[in-house]
Write a new protein. Structure first.
Length: 305
């Protein structure tokens, strides 16, 4: 009987799928404990008045009504975030594609260059780089110093002016193009060389080849990058919080920063949860629109049906 117990365990583990579930068990525990359960709790809290220190009290839709009809800062932060996303995402993708095209024809130093260009994406959202970016665009920072050396004597407070502060954050986002660049580079390597050879025989130039072959064949990769970068832009936090803290006059107040303020600085966790769910709805809606439009501009080799 004692010898049969290990055999039963081995027989159980050999069953189809059981071993797989055991291996992914740590992931499932983390998924439920740190993702699904907090999502459910935040949904429940969005209908309550909760200040963290006391028990939540149910108030129905009051948080959402206040958000849409009484909170002007809410709408301002949403407009700032929307502008940031709609400007930074296309610029970032264009920059990433441009650099990927430069690296497409590999050289011996290409691997080093790719690593160097990818570094900003690894560190770009970190506090250290945000602080560095703040120093670069200070009145006595490197940017004004370089402008002075080329004859443009400028002491512009890039981070203290409402017309320039948001653009410094957009520039920081564009600077983090490394991950998108590597995805584009992988897509470029999947395009058959025979297509370019046939186009060359037909007399097509490089520009015509780009718009007729390269760009259409890259649309699935472009679609992936567009989804990823749109979500990242609407949930951006570190850039605004560290570099400008929403100043001046809330011109760089990202939605996530305002949500953080309401949740933790003002101890309105219920209101913050309601804001989080509204942003989830907006991001989901935009993602659905991109998916719906993909049939018109994403190239596919074959379509079912």
């Amino acid at each position: 009987m004692k010898n049969s117990q290990p055999g039963k365990i081995a027989s159980f583990l050999n069953k189809e799928g059981v071993a797989g579930y055991i291996f992914i068990l740590p992931f499932l525990i983390g998924l439920f404990a740190f993702t699904l359960i907090p999502i459910i709790i935040s949904f429940c809290l969005s209908f309550t008045r909760y200040d963290i220190l006391s028990s939540p009290s149910f108030i129905g839709l009051d948080n959402f009504i206040r958000m849409f009809t009484q909170d002007a800062t809410f709408w301002k932060s949403f407009r700032v975030t929307f502008f940031y996303a709609i400007v930074s995402v296309p610029l970032k993708l264009i920059m990433a594609l441009f650099v990927a095209m430069l690296f497409y024809r590999g050289t011996r130093a290409s691997a080093i260059y790719r690593a160097v260009y990818y570094l900003p994406s690894i560190m770009g959202s970190s506090v250290a780089v945000a602080v560095l970016w703040k120093q670069l665009f200070a009145v006595n920072g490197v940017v004004n110093s370089l402008l002075g050396k080329i004859g443009i004597h400028s002491e512009v407070g890039w981070l203290s002016r409402t017309d320039t502060a948001i653009w410094t954050l957009i520039l920081l986002s564009v600077w983090q193009f490394g991950s998108s660049m590597l995805v584009f580079l992988g897509g470029l390597k999947q395009i058959p060389a025979s297509l370019y050879e046939a186009a060359t025989v037909d007399g097509c130039g490089k520009i015509r080849q780009f718009f007729s072959i390269t760009l259409p064949m890259l649309t699935p990769v472009l679609f992936f990058n567009l989804i990823q970068q749109t979500i990242n832009a609407f949930t951006a936090f570190t850039q605004s919080f560290i570099v400008t803290n929403g100043k001046p006059l809330d011109s760089t107040l990202f939605y996530a920063v305002y949500m953080y303020r309401r949740s933790f600085e003002y101890s309105e966790m219920g209101y913050g949860a309601a804001m989080a769910w509204f942003m989830l709805f907006v991001v989901a809606l935009l993602t659905c629109l991109i998916f719906k439009s993909s049939d018109k501009w994403v190239f596919r080799n074959s379509k079912e049906g």
